[in-house]
Design a protein. Structure first.
Length: 463
């Protein structure tokens, strides 16, 4: 039961509401109790002062007769459930209370006579099980100290507090029950969009990644959650599309060399042939196997990069030396194609990074430039150090790249149809690896191309 979010939210709501309601009820009870005590005390003190004033007047009118003055003063002061008495020291002068019910004075009457200057308020026993509230007021008549005692039983006061406690005892559980039902309905209504989203999410699979979760309110938290989940679905959809395209392109690229290898082997084995014919068939098989091996290596490198299993091996080296090594490596390819390679001089530029990965990037850029530059063309390389970055430019004088093809030029297996054919080489992974190598170092690679006038690839590496 407690695994349900609705139940947990309802329980938390009831607990918090119950604590607040109990605290509020306790505060009301304490305030009411203190208010009733204060009102009762004011009533007792006012009554005691009235009795004291009447006692003084009656004593003066009776020529100092204390006993008759006290009797007449108390006879005039009769209130329901209020008991009065006049003391001289510990002697009871006169009283207005039932038999056997006497207000209790402080134990030491002499100390009271010396210290009591203000009304004394206290709770005493008697007058029933609840006791009584008592006010003791000092009064002087004919230079003699007397004490007026007024008491009132607490049974009405206690009954009022008990009635309020009963209201709290009955009302608090009822309020919590209603709050629980309301909290459950509120939680169910609030979580209804989540239930709808979870149901929709359960129906989404790899076959229908184009579907999205409903967004009822884009401004609240659930709408934000739905938007984030929809963005995740969009990324997954693009990733699945990319995987499907990658699988299809890889299958196509792998099928061609495998078909050639199988065809050459079938032809060579179909009948007895001269050794020269076998050598020619083996040469074709060797070339296609080399192409196939390079394609598999590129695919494996990209797969490791996507999986994050290709950590950078950081070391310090010179960009100039790296460019010169790459130039020497593609020199033979450039001679065969009739393309000149120019490395523009620059000062030594040191850099900390993965030298093998950046060497592969440079080789791919140079190989790409040489392959798609016609005979008699020029491929130039230039490196420059700036305050916060290093820029390497690889330029060619080839046919350039059409405008509509430039956004996809770094995608895997992408080749511009009219100039990136398989006959001229490559499977369309070289630029993808070059882009990944630059981004792995926190940099970027940009293309500037003019149709018919060549292309410029600019690699920016942060220092």
């Amino acid at each position: 039961m407690f695994k349900s979010v609705r139940v947990r939210l309802t329980l938390w709501y009831v607990v918090v509401f119950g604590v607040l309601l109990a605290g509020f009820s306790l505060a009301i009870y304490v305030m009411l109790s203190r208010g009733l005590y204060a009102r009762l005390d004011r009533s007792l003190v006012n009554s005691a002062r009235t009795v004291a004033a009447s006692f003084q007047n009656e004593t003066s009118e009776n020529n100092g007769d204390i006993d008759s003055g006290a009797v007449e003063a108390l006879a005039e002061m009769k209130f329901p459930d209020m008991y009065m008495a006049i003391y001289q020291g510990s002697r009871l002068v006169s009283a207005n209370y039932p038999d056997g019910q006497q207000p209790v004075l402080p134990d030491d009457a002499s100390s009271v006579s010396q210290a009591l200057t203000e009304p004394l308020l206290r709770t005493v026993e008697g007058f029933g099980e609840e006791g009584a509230r008592q006010a003791v007021l000092p009064v002087k008549s004919h230079d003699v100290n007397y004490y007026v005692v007024v008491a009132q039983p607490l049974h009405d006061f206690v009954e009022q507090l008990e009635a309020m406690r009963r209201v709290f005892y009955l009302g608090l559980p009822a309020a919590l029950f209603v709050a629980g039902l309301g909290g459950l309905l509120l939680a169910r209504k609030s979580l209804a969009p989540v239930v709808a989203m979870s149901g929709q999410a359960e129906r989404i699979s790899a076959r229908n990644l184009h579907e999205r979760l409903p967004v009822r309110n884009q401004d609240d938290e659930l709408g934000h959650l739905a938007r984030v989940f929809n963005d995740l679905l969009s990324r997954l959809d693009r990733s699945f599309e990319s995987m499907r395209a990658f699988t299809a392109d890889a299958s196509h690229e792998l099928r061609t060399p495998l078909s050639i290898i199988r065809g050459e082997a079938d032809v060579a084995l179909s009948r007895e042939r001269e050794s020269a014919e076998y050598k020619e068939a083996l040469s074709v098989i060797q070339e296609e196997a080399r192409r196939l091996s390079g394609l598999v290596d590129d695919m494996l490198e990209l797969a490791r990069a996507d999986a994050g299993q290709r950590p950078l091996r950081i070391e310090e080296f010179y960009i100039n030396d790296l460019i010169e090594e790459c130039r020497r490596a593609v020199h033979v390819l450039a001679l065969q194609k009739g393309v000149a390679i120019e490395v523009r001089p620059s000062s030594d530029i040191s850099y900390r990074g993965d030298e093998d990965l950046l060497r592969r990037m440079m080789l791919n850029l140079l190989d790409n430039a040489i392959k798609y530059t016609p005979a008699g063309g020029l491929v130039s390389v230039e490196a420059a150090a700036e305050s916060d970055s290093i820029k390497v430019k690889v330029s060619d004088t080839g046919a350039g790249i059409p405008v509509e093809a430039r956004p996809q030029i770094f995608e895997r297996f992408y080749r511009v149809s009219q100039s990136r054919s398989r006959v001229e080489g490559g499977a369309g992974l070289g630029l993808a690896i070059a882009k990944w190598a630059a981004e792995a170092h926190g940099g970027a690679i940009n293309l500037t191309s003019t149709t018919g006038h060549g292309s410029v690839f600019t690699v920016t590496l942060p220092r």
